[in-house]
Design a protein around this ligand. Structure first.
Ligand SMILES: Cc1cc2nc3c(=O)[nH]c(=O)nc-3n(C[C@H](O)[C@H](O)[C@H](O)COP(=O)(O)OP(=O)(O)OC[C@H]3O[C@@H](n4cnc5c(N)ncnc54)[C@H](O)[C@@H]3O)c2cc1C
Length: 289
């Protein structure tokens, strides 16, 4: 059933400071409203639980993409279109650009934000696997200050994460490293476009003198949270790239992921596709030797 719109409140603070002040009021009942592409779906379905919303779309403190020698810092309100248009992101973080390109249609890409994708915390979201593989760090702000959280430590359970009701996600930082690594991103869905992932796979890494190094692997839609697969990485890193290592890595990944049966796919299909994508990534890594 559709929601009764007048029962909701939406206010538009003029500054970040004002927004953070509001988040402290009324027993933390105010929620951020960014692009609204997740929240409006809930509103239409009559499932939007909270009644009080803060429109953060106009806060310039949460916008912009800043490039320094060590990192690229994205404001939480960075849209998928802005990600795809950014030259440094295209050069050095192509998996994030590919995730942005494969997210929804053009209207969603113009309005949906990376910050909203992170805090909405869907295990099937498409940018989190890329952000995990790039070892992103989040900056959270509140009236009392700011703190940084490694993205790999942010999600703790289904829709549970390390953010307080009085905090906003302000920035996402991506450490810059060599851009000539192998970047491998695959979104597997029912269709090529406008589909929710059955499996999403993101991995970076390199091979030097026959040994794999700096390999980071992350998946979506195979666990209650976007999953960084550190156990599988441990089987791969600093090991020779050969048939034995590939076989061991496939076993490790199958044990590390916890896919489920749901309306989009099955546990078996997800497990098989995830392992096949790992093998494909490693074989493309082998081609670089
Ligand atoms: C038709 C359609 C297709 C879609 N396709 C895809 C897809 O292919 N892949 C995919 O991953 N997603 C998809 N989505 C989901 C959605 O577009 C994304 O998750 C988007 O990134 C959400 O961003 P937003 O700014 O619109 O978030 P909002 O809807 O504004 O907010 C989402 C949640 O995040 C919180 N939030 C937002 N910003 C902040 C912040 N800075 N600090 C703290 N909390 C914050 C909000 O309170 C809310 O809980 C689709 C949605 C639609 C409607």
């Amino acid at each position: 059933m559709r929601a009764y719109v007048p029962s909701y409140q939406l206010i538009s603070p003029a500054s970040l400071s004002e927004a953070l002040e509001v988040l402290l009021q009324d027993n933390a009942t105010w929620k951020p409203f960014a692009g609204g592409t997740d929240l409006m779906v809930l509103l239409e379905a009559g499932k939007l639980q909270h009644k009080n919303y803060i429109n953060i779309w106009n806060l310039k403190e949460l916008r912009g993409i800043d490039v320094s020698a060590e990192q690229v810092t994205l404001g939480a309100l960075t849209t998928y279109t802005e990600v795809q248009d950014h030259e440094v992101l295209r050069q050095e973080f192509p998996m994030l650009c590919q995730a942005a390109k494969e997210t929804g249609g053009i209207a969603i890409q113009n309005r949906g934000t990376i910050g909203g994708n992170i805090v909405n915390a869907s295990p099937a979201a498409d940018s989190p696997p890329a952000l995990l593989a790039y070892d992103a760090e989040l900056e959270l702000v509140s009236k009392t200050g700011s703190r940084r959280v490694r993205y790999s430590n942010f999600h703790s359970g289904y829709k549970q994460m390390d953010i307080r009701p009085d905090e906003l996600l302000r920035t996402i930082r991506l450490p810059r490293t060599r851009s000539d690594r192998k970047h491998y991103y695959r979104k597997v869905g029912t269709r090529k476009a406008q589909a929710i992932s059955k499996v999403c796979f993101a991995a970076v890494g390199d091979v030097t003198n026959g040994r794999m190094e700096s390999v980071r692997i992350s998946l979506g839609s195979v666990a209650p949270i976007p999953l960084r697969c550190t156990k599988t990485e441990a089987v791969i890193n600093d090991r020779p790239l050969n048939a034995d290592t590939i076989a061991a890595a496939k076993i490790a990944l199958a044990q590390e992921i916890v896919p489920i049966d749901d309306l989009r796919s099955t546990r078996n299909y997800r497990s098989r596709v995830a392992v096949n994508l790992l093998e494909d990534f490693l074989s493309e890594l082998e081609d670089r030797r």
